[in-house]
Ligand binder design. Structure first.
Ligand code: FAD
Length: 194
């Protein structure tokens, strides 16, 4: 199986990659798969190691899928400049906004064509999402052999609930609190009841 490469990014070094840094399929650090906190640790490490001599070890082009977990040292969104490329968390928040809003504006009863369009969207989304480890896990969850996680596309209520469950699957993986799916419509469509 592929082994974590410690020598496959631009700043070749023998030091292990900081926790949470995920490499892309070309062996370079994947910014959209990594939190700002881990990215900063990586750039700090690169700065430190640039003053030490590099080795002649051959480079490998392997991929590491270090679990991406929420970190206590993660900077608050307000600490991250708004005009920087997104990290895994900012990308995630924006994407969940899009996905839940798509559910919130989904027809109460969807036509066959609408259902097919959404099926196609989810199929390509789960292949093309820019955090590849997130995409791989999301695709695997949807394709559970029992069929129980297949998108429920008949109408808004069932699709919104399904999206909430999909999001909760990621919340669980990251050790975050689960969201009460009975409240998804208030959160994403109608606004909170007084
Ligand atoms: P988010 O989880 O982004 O949620 C945004 C808001 O949605 C919350 O404030 C809450 O109001 C609401 N909410 C929360 N849960 C639910 C729910 N179940 N239903 C409805 N509304 C809800 N990050 C990783 O580090 N590793 C991964 O493998 C990973 N996989 C992802 C896969 C997908 C498909 C997506 C879209 C994102 C993924 N992310 C992953 C990003 C991750 O889910 C979060 O977006 C990110 O960690 C920021 O989290 P947050 O706590 O700010 O809130």
């Amino acid at each position: 199986p592929p082994r974590p490469s410690q020598e496959s990014h631009d700043n070749d070094t023998k030091a292990p990659l900081p926790k949470g840094v995920v490499l892309d399929k070309d062996g370079k650090p994947c910014r959209t798969c990594t939190s700002v906190a881990s990215w900063r640790a990586l750039t700090r490490q690169a700065t430190q190691s640039s003053s030490t001599p590099k080795t002649d070890s051959p480079t490998q082009s392997t991929t590491i899928a270090t679990p991406v977990t929420a970190s206590k040292s993660t900077p608050q969104p307000s600490e991250i400049p708004s005009d920087c490329p997104p990290d895994v968390e900012q990308l995630g928040r924006s994407t969940w906004t899009l996905l839940h809003t798509m559910a919130a504006t989904y027809p109460e009863k969807a036509s066959t064509e609408h259902q097919e369009d959404m099926q196609g969207f989810l199929k390509f989304f789960s292949k093309l999402y820019p955090c590849w480890v997130c995409a791989d896990d999301f695709r695997a969850w949807m394709a559970h052999p029992s069929g129980r996680n297949q998108p429920k596309l008949g109408g808004r209520k069932e699709f919104g609930w399904w999206m909430c469950e999909a999001h909760n699957e990621v919340n669980r993986k990251l050790g975050k609190k689960e969201f009460d799916c009975r409240l998804w419509e208030e959160r994403w469509r109608t606004g909170w009841k007084d």
